[in-house]
Design a protein around this ligand. Structure first.
Ligand code: ADP
Length: 269
């Protein structure tokens, strides 16, 4: 079913978490960027339009400057993002550049989704970039976002962007195959839930464990992201971005994930 959903979707938002982009040592996995961009290019040649929501500014900042990893001061955290965001975009630019694809950076805050004027502006920019074949890469503007005005995690940001663009599908890539009945990093016997049609029911039946070293939102924000897009009748897939050629394999139906299917779409499937 995941395969069919991807095939029939033209406008796709893909979110990459820090765990997906980073090596074990916290550096950016350049190899991943190349392979991922190659798959995105493959989808684009099939006529699909792609928007990327990417985490990873903080880890790139730490990897670049080689210090401040443990600083709690907000200014240091924001400084790390300022440094890391450049590195992050450089990695995307190089990887997409091989295919002659241009990228555009959009750094957003919560206000961009609540103030009608700002929302209209970002919507127009987003549509213009996409219409011109440019791949927008969205991240939270951490250098200006203090706690009070933060969206807070990129799962939520990806869901808001999906609804704003009126996309056909949101794909979240993490370092796990999908939602499990309990934390798969802790329990070897955790079992994957492949299809979710009732989020409240799901929450009653699973255990939510801790996140990984670089993760922020955890599985809870991913499930809430699904709720947000499902409300707009848009499906969401959660899958493992660390797996080789995952986008293509999901498309071919040879890899698994969790599909969150909105009720109205269920009738069709
Ligand atoms: P990302 O950085 O990719 O956004 P996070 O680390 O924030 O990802 O969240 C994913 C993590 O949530 C997984 O690596 C896993 O360890 C943890 N987790 C906890 N409970 C569950 C569960 N029930 N199903 C799946 N993952 C879970």
């Amino acid at each position: 079913m995941i395969s069919e959903i991807i095939k029939e979707s033209k406008k796709i938002v893909i979110k990459l978490g820090s765990n997906t982009l980073a090596n074990e040592d916290g550096t950016l996995n350049k190899d991943f960027f190349q392979k991922f961009c190659e798959q995105v290019q493959g989808l684009m040649t099939q006529g699909k339009q792609i928007v990327i929501v990417s985490s990873g500014a903080t880890i790139s900042g730490v990897a670049t400057i080689g210090k401040w990893a443990r600083k709690k001061d907000i200014h240091y955290k924001q400084a790390l993002c300022a440094i890391g965001q450049v590195e992050l975009m450089d990695a995307y630019r190089r990887a997409f550049g091989k295919y002659g694809i241009n990228i555009g950076q959009m750094l957003l805050t919560r206000d961009d989704f609540t103030d009608p004027n700002r929302t209209l502006n970002i919507r127009n920019t987003l549509f213009t970039l996409i219409d011109e074949g440019v791949v927008p890469i969205i991240n939270e503007n951490d250098t200006v976002s203090v706690e009070e005005i933060k969206i807070g995690d990129n799962d939520t940001l990806a869901a808001l962007a999906t609804n704003l663009w009126n996309a056909d599908l949101l794909i979240l890539f993490s370092d796990i195959d999908g939602v499990y009945d309990k934390n798969p990093k802790k329990f070897k016997d955790a079992s994957l839930i492949e299809k979710v049609t009732d989020i409240n029911e799901l929450l009653k039946n699973i255990e939510i464990g801790n996140t990984n070293s670089f993760g922020t939102g955890g599985i809870a924000t991913k499930i809430e992201a699904a709720r947000k897009v499902n409300e707009y009748n848009i499906p969401m897939i959660l899958a493992n971005g660390k797996k080789e050629d995952i986008l293509l394999k999901l498309l071919e139906g040879t890899e698994k994930g969790t599909l969150f299917l909105p009720e109205r779409r269920m009738k069709k499937w």
